[in-house]
Design a protein around this ligand. Structure first.
Ligand code: PDD
Length: 280
């Protein structure tokens, strides 16, 4: 595959990262993951806005990255994926400089990298739903910033894999925040409930799209944190995210959610979400 690396398109093997890159040394970087459906990027503007939000927080020397929209299209083209379903990973770090905690000179170029791959969501997860576990949210207090510092997310997700679950959902001070790489929603009294957008969660592009779809379809929503017992006693629960789209949750810590099968609101949202992505 051909990658984008610091302004050029080149084979992965030709991308050389300095051992002094601040992404490597300090996890001093940001990333985004976006989907192309039939070659069209889903809400690329929103991904690039979120990247800018992170770059402002990080005080990067540059905070706007409009070039990635064109880069994403070029990567599809040069990799023979025009018109295909694909995934984009992009990363920006504060660049390469001798190790010291303070920022390097502002003239230090940021390291910018991106790749695409053919991609499809796991159909059996969408159809049958998935078991999840919960785990204490040991992350920092700026989860709205999509940094590459994902140690807590990696450990949580592996904890899920180790027990045969598909995702780990974080609980902070008794309240459900989000998954290791997904947002979490539940249906309670016919209302779709999810954690408000705050510093404690990543404001997912899929989450926003699903909330818009609820508004358009007359499904009431409530933005409020739910306790773990509320989550476990919900009528339906599901994950949202770029990779899994809308994934029903069938059990939480081994206890079935309602009947243990995907519920009607989740199914309805999956159907309208499909129209949003494939009906363009
Ligand atoms: N993760 N919450 C966290 C912590 C995430 O890492 C992600 C996305 C989401 C969902 O956001 P979106 O709908 O914009 O994908 C929520 C990406 C896909 C990843 O790390 O692979």
């Amino acid at each position: 595959m051909l990658y984008y690396f610091n302004g050029e398109i080149m084979p992965a093997e030709a991308c050389f990262l300095s051992p002094e890159d601040r992404g490597f040394l300090f996890a001093d970087g940001l990333y985004e993951v976006a989907r192309a459906y039939d070659g069209l990027w889903f809400r690329m503007d929103n991904h690039l806005k979120r990247l800018s939000h992170g770059a402002v927080f990080m005080r990067f020397a540059r905070t706007e990255f409009p070039e990635f929209a064109g880069v994403a299209d070029s990567l599809l083209k040069v990799n023979g994926l025009t018109g295909q379903n694909a995934i984009l990973y992009l990363e920006v770090t504060r660049g390469s400089a001798p190790r010291t905690h303070g920022f390097p000179p502002p003239t230090t170029p940021l390291t910018c990298m991106a790749w695409v791959k053919p991609f499809a969501s796991k159909q059996h997860h969408a159809r049958d739903g998935v078991p999840i576990i919960t785990t204490p949210d040991i992350r920092w207090a700026r989860c709205d910033v999509k940094t590459i510092g994902l140690t807590a997310n990696v450990l949580a997700h592996q904890q899920a894999i180790d027990v045969g679950a598909v995702e780990a959902v974080f609980v902070r001070d008794g309240f459900v925040t989000e998954g290791s790489h997904t947002n979490v929603m539940a249906v309670m009294d016919g209302m779709v409930v999810t954690h408000p957008a705050s510093h404690l969660i990543l404001e997912g592009i899929t989450r926003t799209a699903v909330l818009e779809l609820c508004a358009q379809s007359g499904i009431p929503t409530r933005m409020s944190p739910m306790t773990l017992p509320e989550f476990q006693q919900s009528q339906e629960a599901f994950l949202t995210g770029t990779t899994g789209e809308i994934t029903p949750i069938t059990s939480i810590n081994g206890v079935p959610v309602a009947s243990g099968t995907p519920g009607p609101v989740t199914r309805r949202l999956q159907n309208i979400f499909r129209l949003l992505t494939c009906g363009r």
